[in-house]
Design a protein around this ligand. Structure first.
Ligand SMILES: Cc1cc2nc3c(=O)[nH]c(=O)nc-3n(C[C@H](O)[C@H](O)[C@H](O)COP(=O)(O)OP(=O)(O)OC[C@H]3O[C@@H](n4cnc5c(N)ncnc54)[C@H](O)[C@@H]3O)c2cc1C
Length: 440
Protein backbone atom coordinates (compact mmCIF):
# COMPACT_ATOMS: atom_id res chain seq x y z
CA UNK A 1 0.00 0.00 0.00
CA UNK A 2 1.28 3.50 -0.74
CA UNK A 3 2.14 5.43 2.40
CA UNK A 4 0.86 8.99 2.77
CA UNK A 5 2.23 11.10 5.62
CA UNK A 6 0.58 14.37 6.70
CA UNK A 7 2.84 16.58 8.84
CA UNK A 8 0.82 18.86 11.14
CA UNK A 9 -2.49 18.31 12.94
CA UNK A 10 -4.17 21.70 12.83
CA UNK A 11 -7.13 22.75 10.68
CA UNK A 12 -5.18 21.88 7.51
CA UNK A 13 -3.56 18.62 8.65
CA UNK A 14 -6.58 17.03 10.33
CA UNK A 15 -8.92 18.02 7.50
CA UNK A 16 -6.34 16.55 5.11
CA UNK A 17 -6.11 13.21 6.92
CA UNK A 18 -9.91 12.85 7.05
CA UNK A 19 -10.34 13.84 3.42
CA UNK A 20 -7.66 11.34 2.36
CA UNK A 21 -9.35 8.60 4.35
CA UNK A 22 -12.60 9.42 2.58
CA UNK A 23 -11.11 9.77 -0.95
CA UNK A 24 -8.48 6.99 -1.06
CA UNK A 25 -10.30 4.72 1.42
CA UNK A 26 -8.22 1.79 2.66
CA UNK A 27 -6.09 1.65 -0.52
CA UNK A 28 -3.38 3.74 1.16
CA UNK A 29 -1.82 3.95 4.58
CA UNK A 30 -2.43 7.44 6.08
CA UNK A 31 -0.30 8.68 9.01
CA UNK A 32 -0.34 12.06 10.75
CA UNK A 33 2.88 13.35 12.32
CA UNK A 34 2.38 16.22 14.74
CA UNK A 35 4.36 17.78 17.57
CA UNK A 36 1.50 17.48 20.04
CA UNK A 37 -1.27 14.98 20.81
CA UNK A 38 -3.86 17.75 20.68
CA UNK A 39 -5.88 19.45 17.96
CA UNK A 40 -7.01 22.92 18.94
CA UNK A 41 -9.44 25.13 17.08
CA UNK A 42 -7.31 28.25 16.49
CA UNK A 43 -10.20 30.63 15.55
CA UNK A 44 -11.54 30.29 19.13
CA UNK A 45 -8.29 31.49 20.72
CA UNK A 46 -9.48 35.13 21.14
CA UNK A 47 -12.44 33.79 23.16
CA UNK A 48 -10.02 31.79 25.35
CA UNK A 49 -7.91 34.92 25.90
CA UNK A 50 -10.93 36.74 27.37
CA UNK A 51 -12.07 33.76 29.45
CA UNK A 52 -15.14 33.19 27.26
CA UNK A 53 -13.88 29.63 26.58
CA UNK A 54 -11.68 27.28 28.54
CA UNK A 55 -8.78 25.76 26.55
CA UNK A 56 -10.29 22.28 27.04
CA UNK A 57 -13.50 23.46 25.28
CA UNK A 58 -11.61 23.87 22.00
CA UNK A 59 -9.15 20.95 22.20
CA UNK A 60 -9.47 17.38 20.93
CA UNK A 61 -7.12 14.58 22.07
CA UNK A 62 -6.15 12.97 18.79
CA UNK A 63 -4.60 9.50 19.41
CA UNK A 64 -7.88 7.68 20.19
CA UNK A 65 -9.89 9.53 17.53
CA UNK A 66 -7.37 8.83 14.76
CA UNK A 67 -6.89 5.19 15.79
CA UNK A 68 -10.65 4.70 15.51
CA UNK A 69 -10.49 6.00 11.95
CA UNK A 70 -7.57 3.76 10.97
CA UNK A 71 -5.21 6.74 10.67
CA UNK A 72 -1.69 6.32 12.08
CA UNK A 73 -0.47 8.99 14.50
CA UNK A 74 2.92 10.05 15.81
CA UNK A 75 3.32 13.07 18.10
CA UNK A 76 7.15 13.15 18.07
CA UNK A 77 7.26 16.14 15.72
CA UNK A 78 9.36 16.58 12.57
CA UNK A 79 12.87 17.93 13.06
CA UNK A 80 13.80 18.14 9.37
CA UNK A 81 12.19 17.09 6.08
CA UNK A 82 14.40 15.26 3.54
CA UNK A 83 12.30 15.43 0.38
CA UNK A 84 15.09 14.11 -1.88
CA UNK A 85 15.10 10.92 0.24
CA UNK A 86 11.30 10.72 0.77
CA UNK A 87 12.01 10.78 4.49
CA UNK A 88 11.21 12.75 7.64
CA UNK A 89 13.64 13.02 10.52
CA UNK A 90 11.68 13.14 13.79
CA UNK A 91 12.57 15.03 16.96
CA UNK A 92 13.34 11.74 18.77
CA UNK A 93 15.95 10.81 16.13
CA UNK A 94 13.84 8.26 14.21
CA UNK A 95 13.28 8.59 10.46
CA UNK A 96 10.09 7.66 8.68
CA UNK A 97 9.61 7.31 4.95
CA UNK A 98 6.66 8.11 2.71
CA UNK A 99 5.44 7.75 -0.85
CA UNK A 100 3.41 10.96 -0.67
CA UNK A 101 3.86 13.82 1.78
CA UNK A 102 1.43 16.60 2.69
CA UNK A 103 2.95 19.48 4.68
CA UNK A 104 0.44 21.24 6.94
CA UNK A 105 2.69 22.69 9.63
CA UNK A 106 1.09 26.14 9.88
CA UNK A 107 3.24 29.13 10.82
CA UNK A 108 6.18 29.82 13.11
CA UNK A 109 5.45 33.06 14.98
CA UNK A 110 8.17 35.64 14.26
CA UNK A 111 8.00 37.54 17.58
CA UNK A 112 11.80 37.99 17.47
CA UNK A 113 11.47 40.42 14.53
CA UNK A 114 10.14 43.24 16.74
CA UNK A 115 11.90 44.12 20.01
CA UNK A 116 9.69 43.38 23.01
CA UNK A 117 7.00 41.57 21.01
CA UNK A 118 5.33 38.37 22.20
CA UNK A 119 4.20 36.47 25.28
CA UNK A 120 7.78 35.96 26.50
CA UNK A 121 8.27 39.75 26.40
CA UNK A 122 5.66 42.51 26.68
CA UNK A 123 2.65 41.68 24.49
CA UNK A 124 -0.08 39.05 24.65
CA UNK A 125 -0.69 36.59 21.83
CA UNK A 126 -3.82 34.76 20.63
CA UNK A 127 -2.02 32.74 17.94
CA UNK A 128 -1.69 29.58 20.05
CA UNK A 129 -4.11 28.21 22.63
CA UNK A 130 -1.36 28.19 25.30
CA UNK A 131 -0.71 31.89 24.66
CA UNK A 132 -4.44 32.58 24.85
CA UNK A 133 -4.68 30.71 28.16
CA UNK A 134 -1.83 32.84 29.57
CA UNK A 135 -3.57 35.98 28.23
CA UNK A 136 -6.78 35.03 30.09
CA UNK A 137 -4.86 35.10 33.40
CA UNK A 138 -3.55 38.58 32.56
CA UNK A 139 -7.01 39.79 31.46
CA UNK A 140 -8.68 39.23 34.81
CA UNK A 141 -5.86 41.04 36.64
CA UNK A 142 -5.96 43.87 34.08
CA UNK A 143 -9.69 44.39 34.56
CA UNK A 144 -9.15 44.82 38.30
CA UNK A 145 -6.65 47.62 37.59
CA UNK A 146 -7.17 48.75 33.98
CA UNK A 147 -5.17 51.12 31.75
CA UNK A 148 -4.56 51.98 28.07
CA UNK A 149 -4.77 49.17 25.51
CA UNK A 150 -3.05 48.74 22.12
CA UNK A 151 -4.14 45.99 19.71
CA UNK A 152 -3.10 45.37 16.11
CA UNK A 153 -0.84 43.57 13.67
CA UNK A 154 2.85 44.22 12.95
CA UNK A 155 4.77 44.71 9.68
CA UNK A 156 4.74 41.54 7.57
CA UNK A 157 1.64 40.15 9.32
CA UNK A 158 -0.85 38.28 7.14
CA UNK A 159 -3.57 37.46 9.66
CA UNK A 160 -5.57 40.60 10.46
CA UNK A 161 -9.03 39.20 11.30
CA UNK A 162 -8.07 38.08 14.83
CA UNK A 163 -6.59 41.53 15.58
CA UNK A 164 -9.94 43.22 14.77
CA UNK A 165 -11.78 40.48 16.64
CA UNK A 166 -9.67 40.84 19.77
CA UNK A 167 -9.85 44.66 19.85
CA UNK A 168 -13.63 44.66 19.48
CA UNK A 169 -14.30 41.66 21.74
CA UNK A 170 -12.30 43.15 24.56
CA UNK A 171 -14.14 46.45 24.10
CA UNK A 172 -17.43 44.49 24.32
CA UNK A 173 -16.17 42.71 27.45
CA UNK A 174 -15.15 46.01 29.06
CA UNK A 175 -18.55 47.54 28.25
CA UNK A 176 -20.25 44.56 29.91
CA UNK A 177 -18.08 45.17 32.99
CA UNK A 178 -18.98 48.90 32.71
CA UNK A 179 -15.30 49.97 32.74
CA UNK A 180 -14.80 50.71 29.01
CA UNK A 181 -14.87 54.45 29.86
CA UNK A 182 -11.73 54.09 31.99
CA UNK A 183 -9.15 53.50 29.20
CA UNK A 184 -8.33 54.40 25.56
CA UNK A 185 -7.98 51.58 23.01
CA UNK A 186 -5.77 52.16 19.95
CA UNK A 187 -5.69 49.86 16.92
CA UNK A 188 -2.28 49.91 15.21
CA UNK A 189 -1.91 48.03 11.93
CA UNK A 190 0.50 47.53 9.06
CA UNK A 191 -2.47 47.58 6.63
CA UNK A 192 -2.59 50.65 4.34
CA UNK A 193 -6.20 51.23 5.43
CA UNK A 194 -8.66 49.73 7.90
CA UNK A 195 -10.28 46.60 6.44
CA UNK A 196 -7.56 45.92 3.84
CA UNK A 197 -6.92 42.52 5.50
CA UNK A 198 -3.97 41.77 3.21
CA UNK A 199 -6.47 41.41 0.37
CA UNK A 200 -7.29 44.92 -0.78
CA UNK A 201 -10.49 44.59 1.31
CA UNK A 202 -13.50 42.37 0.70
CA UNK A 203 -16.77 44.03 -0.24
CA UNK A 204 -16.99 47.10 2.02
CA UNK A 205 -14.74 45.84 4.85
CA UNK A 206 -13.08 49.28 4.88
CA UNK A 207 -16.34 51.10 5.62
CA UNK A 208 -17.75 48.39 7.87
CA UNK A 209 -14.68 47.99 10.07
CA UNK A 210 -14.05 51.75 10.34
CA UNK A 211 -17.66 52.12 11.42
CA UNK A 212 -17.37 49.36 14.06
CA UNK A 213 -14.14 50.85 15.43
CA UNK A 214 -15.84 54.26 15.66
CA UNK A 215 -18.85 52.68 17.41
CA UNK A 216 -16.43 51.30 20.00
CA UNK A 217 -14.47 54.59 20.38
CA UNK A 218 -11.31 52.87 19.15
CA UNK A 219 -8.78 55.16 17.43
CA UNK A 220 -6.52 53.72 14.76
CA UNK A 221 -3.19 54.16 12.96
CA UNK A 222 -2.59 52.47 9.58
CA UNK A 223 0.63 51.85 7.59
CA UNK A 224 2.30 51.50 10.98
CA UNK A 225 5.67 49.86 11.56
CA UNK A 226 6.00 48.73 15.18
CA UNK A 227 9.44 49.84 16.40
CA UNK A 228 9.31 48.29 19.86
CA UNK A 229 6.97 47.06 22.54
CA UNK A 230 7.80 48.03 26.10
CA UNK A 231 6.26 47.02 29.40
CA UNK A 232 4.11 50.17 29.41
CA UNK A 233 4.08 51.43 25.79
CA UNK A 234 4.05 50.57 22.09
CA UNK A 235 6.22 52.68 19.79
CA UNK A 236 5.50 52.82 16.07
CA UNK A 237 6.29 54.84 12.95
CA UNK A 238 3.77 55.63 10.25
CA UNK A 239 5.25 54.93 6.81
CA UNK A 240 4.11 57.27 4.06
CA UNK A 241 3.37 56.36 0.45
CA UNK A 242 6.93 56.56 -0.90
CA UNK A 243 8.19 54.28 1.88
CA UNK A 244 9.68 57.12 3.95
CA UNK A 245 9.14 57.26 7.73
CA UNK A 246 6.37 59.63 8.76
CA UNK A 247 4.98 60.56 12.20
CA UNK A 248 6.19 58.55 15.18
CA UNK A 249 3.96 57.56 18.07
CA UNK A 250 4.43 56.27 21.58
CA UNK A 251 1.13 54.86 22.85
CA UNK A 252 0.96 54.10 26.57
CA UNK A 253 -0.11 50.45 26.93
CA UNK A 254 -0.90 48.57 30.09
CA UNK A 255 -2.01 45.75 27.83
CA UNK A 256 -0.93 45.06 24.22
CA UNK A 257 -1.79 42.28 21.75
CA UNK A 258 -0.12 42.45 18.34
CA UNK A 259 -0.31 39.70 15.71
CA UNK A 260 3.26 38.85 14.59
CA UNK A 261 4.54 38.13 11.09
CA UNK A 262 4.71 34.44 10.20
CA UNK A 263 7.46 32.32 8.69
CA UNK A 264 7.91 28.61 8.01
CA UNK A 265 8.43 26.21 10.93
CA UNK A 266 11.96 24.96 11.69
CA UNK A 267 11.64 21.53 9.97
CA UNK A 268 11.31 23.44 6.67
CA UNK A 269 14.47 25.47 7.29
CA UNK A 270 18.08 24.63 6.41
CA UNK A 271 21.13 25.26 8.60
CA UNK A 272 21.45 28.72 6.98
CA UNK A 273 18.08 29.76 8.53
CA UNK A 274 16.46 29.88 5.09
CA UNK A 275 13.78 27.59 3.63
CA UNK A 276 15.01 24.22 2.30
CA UNK A 277 16.04 24.79 -1.36
CA UNK A 278 13.44 23.62 -3.87
CA UNK A 279 10.90 22.90 -1.17
CA UNK A 280 10.40 26.29 0.45
CA UNK A 281 11.04 29.97 -0.24
CA UNK A 282 13.70 31.81 1.82
CA UNK A 283 11.16 32.58 4.56
CA UNK A 284 10.32 28.90 4.87
CA UNK A 285 6.93 28.82 3.17
CA UNK A 286 6.37 25.77 0.95
CA UNK A 287 6.30 26.55 -2.76
CA UNK A 288 3.31 24.97 -4.53
CA UNK A 289 1.83 25.10 -8.02
CA UNK A 290 -1.84 25.39 -8.94
CA UNK A 291 -2.37 21.76 -7.84
CA UNK A 292 -0.89 22.47 -4.36
CA UNK A 293 2.10 20.36 -5.47
CA UNK A 294 5.73 21.28 -4.94
CA UNK A 295 7.39 21.86 -8.36
CA UNK A 296 10.74 20.31 -7.31
CA UNK A 297 9.38 17.24 -5.48
CA UNK A 298 6.34 15.86 -7.31
CA UNK A 299 5.20 13.63 -4.42
CA UNK A 300 5.10 16.55 -1.96
CA UNK A 301 2.01 18.73 -1.47
CA UNK A 302 1.21 21.46 1.06
CA UNK A 303 -1.95 23.00 2.54
CA UNK A 304 -2.75 25.81 4.97
CA UNK A 305 -0.73 28.67 6.39
CA UNK A 306 2.59 26.95 5.54
CA UNK A 307 2.28 27.63 1.77
CA UNK A 308 3.92 30.51 -0.08
CA UNK A 309 1.58 33.13 -1.56
CA UNK A 310 3.02 36.41 -2.87
CA UNK A 311 1.61 39.66 -1.44
CA UNK A 312 -1.53 40.83 -3.20
CA UNK A 313 -0.21 44.35 -3.91
CA UNK A 314 2.65 46.65 -2.85
CA UNK A 315 1.87 48.55 0.37
CA UNK A 316 3.92 51.17 2.31
CA UNK A 317 4.41 48.61 5.11
CA UNK A 318 4.61 44.96 3.95
CA UNK A 319 1.50 42.84 4.57
CA UNK A 320 0.89 39.21 3.59
CA UNK A 321 -2.13 37.40 2.19
CA UNK A 322 -4.15 35.52 4.85
CA UNK A 323 -4.81 31.81 4.48
CA UNK A 324 -8.29 31.34 5.84
CA UNK A 325 -10.24 28.25 6.92
CA UNK A 326 -12.46 27.56 3.91
CA UNK A 327 -9.62 28.44 1.55
CA UNK A 328 -7.56 25.78 3.38
CA UNK A 329 -10.40 23.26 2.98
CA UNK A 330 -10.34 23.90 -0.76
CA UNK A 331 -6.58 23.18 -0.78
CA UNK A 332 -7.28 19.96 1.14
CA UNK A 333 -9.93 18.82 -1.36
CA UNK A 334 -7.58 19.38 -4.31
CA UNK A 335 -4.65 17.56 -2.67
CA UNK A 336 -6.74 14.48 -1.82
CA UNK A 337 -7.94 14.27 -5.45
CA UNK A 338 -4.42 14.79 -6.79
CA UNK A 339 -2.81 12.13 -4.59
CA UNK A 340 -5.61 9.72 -5.52
CA UNK A 341 -4.85 10.50 -9.19
CA UNK A 342 -1.12 9.79 -8.73
CA UNK A 343 -1.87 6.50 -6.96
CA UNK A 344 -4.12 5.53 -9.88
CA UNK A 345 -1.33 6.42 -12.36
CA UNK A 346 -3.06 9.58 -13.61
CA UNK A 347 -1.77 13.17 -13.78
CA UNK A 348 -2.96 15.46 -10.97
CA UNK A 349 -5.51 17.93 -12.34
CA UNK A 350 -7.58 19.22 -9.40
CA UNK A 351 -7.24 22.88 -8.55
CA UNK A 352 -8.53 24.52 -5.37
CA UNK A 353 -10.82 27.51 -5.75
CA UNK A 354 -9.24 29.35 -2.80
CA UNK A 355 -12.73 30.65 -2.04
CA UNK A 356 -13.00 32.38 1.34
CA UNK A 357 -15.94 32.50 3.73
CA UNK A 358 -14.98 34.27 6.96
CA UNK A 359 -16.75 35.28 10.15
CA UNK A 360 -15.14 37.93 12.39
CA UNK A 361 -16.79 37.99 15.81
CA UNK A 362 -16.92 41.08 18.02
CA UNK A 363 -18.78 39.51 20.93
CA UNK A 364 -22.17 41.13 20.36
CA UNK A 365 -22.09 41.34 16.56
CA UNK A 366 -19.55 40.74 13.81
CA UNK A 367 -18.60 41.10 10.16
CA UNK A 368 -18.86 38.28 7.62
CA UNK A 369 -17.31 38.23 4.21
CA UNK A 370 -17.44 35.99 1.19
CA UNK A 371 -14.68 36.34 -1.39
CA UNK A 372 -14.91 34.05 -4.43
CA UNK A 373 -12.00 33.62 -4.93
CA UNK A 374 -10.17 35.13 -1.96
CA UNK A 375 -7.62 36.99 -4.11
CA UNK A 376 -9.02 39.69 -6.48
CA UNK A 377 -10.39 40.01 -9.11
CA UNK A 378 -13.40 38.17 -7.73
CA UNK A 379 -16.70 36.77 -8.94
CA UNK A 380 -18.29 37.44 -5.53
CA UNK A 381 -17.11 40.24 -3.23
CA UNK A 382 -19.51 40.58 -0.30
CA UNK A 383 -19.40 41.64 3.34
CA UNK A 384 -22.06 42.31 5.96
CA UNK A 385 -22.41 43.18 9.66
CA UNK A 386 -24.85 41.84 12.24
CA UNK A 387 -25.51 39.86 15.43
CA UNK A 388 -26.09 36.77 13.28
CA UNK A 389 -22.30 36.65 12.60
CA UNK A 390 -21.57 36.07 16.31
CA UNK A 391 -24.20 33.30 16.42
CA UNK A 392 -22.88 31.74 13.19
CA UNK A 393 -19.29 31.72 14.50
CA UNK A 394 -20.33 29.96 17.71
CA UNK A 395 -22.26 27.43 15.59
CA UNK A 396 -19.31 26.90 13.27
CA UNK A 397 -16.94 26.27 16.20
CA UNK A 398 -19.27 23.54 17.55
CA UNK A 399 -19.71 22.08 14.09
CA UNK A 400 -15.97 21.96 13.30
CA UNK A 401 -15.04 20.43 16.65
CA UNK A 402 -17.75 17.80 16.11
CA UNK A 403 -16.25 17.14 12.68
CA UNK A 404 -12.79 16.58 14.20
CA UNK A 405 -14.15 14.31 16.96
CA UNK A 406 -16.24 12.25 14.54
CA UNK A 407 -13.76 12.05 11.65
CA UNK A 408 -16.00 13.49 8.92
CA UNK A 409 -14.17 15.04 5.92
CA UNK A 410 -16.80 17.24 4.28
CA UNK A 411 -20.17 15.82 5.43
CA UNK A 412 -22.97 15.64 2.85
CA UNK A 413 -25.00 18.46 4.44
CA UNK A 414 -22.02 20.85 4.37
CA UNK A 415 -21.42 19.98 0.73
CA UNK A 416 -25.11 20.57 -0.04
CA UNK A 417 -25.22 23.91 1.82
CA UNK A 418 -22.10 25.22 0.06
CA UNK A 419 -23.47 24.00 -3.30
CA UNK A 420 -26.70 25.94 -2.69
CA UNK A 421 -24.63 29.05 -1.89
CA UNK A 422 -22.54 28.49 -5.04
CA UNK A 423 -19.31 28.05 -3.03
CA UNK A 424 -17.12 25.23 -4.36
CA UNK A 425 -13.83 23.82 -3.08
CA UNK A 426 -12.55 22.75 -6.52
CA UNK A 427 -12.27 24.74 -9.71
CA UNK A 428 -14.42 23.59 -12.63
CA UNK A 429 -12.64 21.69 -15.41
CA UNK A 430 -12.63 24.58 -17.94
CA UNK A 431 -10.42 26.63 -15.62
CA UNK A 432 -7.56 24.28 -16.53
CA UNK A 433 -6.97 26.43 -19.61
CA UNK A 434 -6.57 29.72 -17.67
CA UNK A 435 -4.88 28.94 -14.37
CA UNK A 436 -3.72 31.81 -12.15
CA UNK A 437 0.01 31.75 -11.37
CA UNK A 438 0.33 30.96 -7.68
CA UNK A 439 3.88 29.76 -7.10
CA UNK A 440 5.85 32.31 -5.10
C1 LIG B 1 -5.90 33.63 16.27
C2 LIG B 1 -6.32 33.20 14.89
C3 LIG B 1 -7.68 33.20 14.57
C4 LIG B 1 -8.08 32.80 13.29
N1 LIG B 1 -9.41 32.84 13.00
C5 LIG B 1 -9.81 32.46 11.77
C6 LIG B 1 -11.20 32.48 11.45
O1 LIG B 1 -12.02 32.86 12.27
N2 LIG B 1 -11.58 32.08 10.21
C7 LIG B 1 -10.67 31.67 9.28
O2 LIG B 1 -11.06 31.31 8.18
N3 LIG B 1 -9.35 31.64 9.55
C8 LIG B 1 -8.90 32.01 10.77
N4 LIG B 1 -7.56 31.97 11.06
C9 LIG B 1 -6.62 31.57 9.99
C10 LIG B 1 -6.45 30.03 9.83
O3 LIG B 1 -7.71 29.42 9.63
C11 LIG B 1 -5.80 29.40 11.03
O4 LIG B 1 -4.52 29.99 11.22
C12 LIG B 1 -5.61 27.89 10.92
O5 LIG B 1 -5.35 27.38 12.21
C13 LIG B 1 -4.51 27.49 9.97
O6 LIG B 1 -4.45 26.09 9.92
P1 LIG B 1 -3.08 25.31 9.59
O7 LIG B 1 -3.42 23.86 9.67
O8 LIG B 1 -2.47 25.82 8.35
O9 LIG B 1 -2.09 25.71 10.78
P2 LIG B 1 -2.19 25.39 12.32
O10 LIG B 1 -3.60 25.37 12.79
O11 LIG B 1 -1.23 26.30 13.00
O12 LIG B 1 -1.65 23.89 12.46
C14 LIG B 1 -0.30 23.56 12.28
C15 LIG B 1 -0.06 22.21 12.89
O13 LIG B 1 1.28 21.79 12.59
C16 LIG B 1 1.87 21.31 13.78
N5 LIG B 1 3.32 21.44 13.66
C17 LIG B 1 4.08 22.56 13.64
N6 LIG B 1 5.37 22.25 13.52
C18 LIG B 1 5.45 20.90 13.43
C19 LIG B 1 6.53 19.98 13.30
N7 LIG B 1 7.81 20.39 13.23
N8 LIG B 1 6.24 18.67 13.25
C20 LIG B 1 4.96 18.23 13.32
N9 LIG B 1 3.91 19.07 13.45
C21 LIG B 1 4.15 20.38 13.51
C22 LIG B 1 1.26 22.18 14.88
O14 LIG B 1 1.38 21.60 16.14
C23 LIG B 1 -0.21 22.20 14.41
O15 LIG B 1 -0.85 21.01 14.77
C24 LIG B 1 -7.12 32.38 12.32
C25 LIG B 1 -5.76 32.40 12.65
C26 LIG B 1 -5.36 32.81 13.93
C27 LIG B 1 -3.88 32.82 14.26
Amino acid sequence: MPKIVVVGAGIGGISMAYELRSVVGRTADVTVVSDSEWFHFVPSNPWVALGWRKPEDIKVHLPGVLEGLGIGFDASGARRLHPAENAIELNDGRRISYDYLVIATGPALAFDEVPGLGPDAHSLSVCHVDHAEAAADRWDKFCADPGPIVVGAVQGASCFGPAYEFALMLSTDLRRRKIRNRMPITFVTAEPYIGHLGLGGVGDTKGLLESVLRDHDIKWVTSARIDRVEADAVECTEVVADGKPGPQHRFPAKLAMLIPAFRGVSCLMGDDGKGLPGLANPRGFVVVDKHQRNPAYGNVFAVGVCIAIPPYEPTPVPVGVPKTGYMIESMVAAVAQNIAALIAGRTPSSEPTWNAVCLADFGNDGVAFVALPQIPPRNVNWSSRGYWVHAAKVGFEKYFLHKVRSGAGEPAYERLMMKVLGIDRLRPEQSETQPPERAA
